[in-house]
Design a protein. Structure first.
Length: 65
């Protein structure tokens, strides 16, 4: 019977806060490696970080010029 504890986690994994923090930390490291300043990264929220990572080649070109 679902809901009794034995089979509840069998169907779909639960998202964990620690995994989210780890993903956001690695994404910020990737942006820093592409040339985004630490000050700019500090002011950005998670959604802005993900948006910049969607097109890393364009970001690298903009940072290089």
């Amino acid at each position: 019977m679902p809901g009794k504890g034995r089979l509840t986690r069998l169907y779909r994994p639960v998202k964990k806060a620690s995994d989210k923090r780890r993903r956001e930390k690695t994404q910020r490291k990737r942006l820093a490696a592409l040339g985004v300043s630490e000050e700019r990264l500090r002011r950005m929220n998670a959604k802005q970080v993900r948006t910049l990572l969607k097109r890393p080649k364009e970001l690298a070109v903009a940072a290089g010029s």
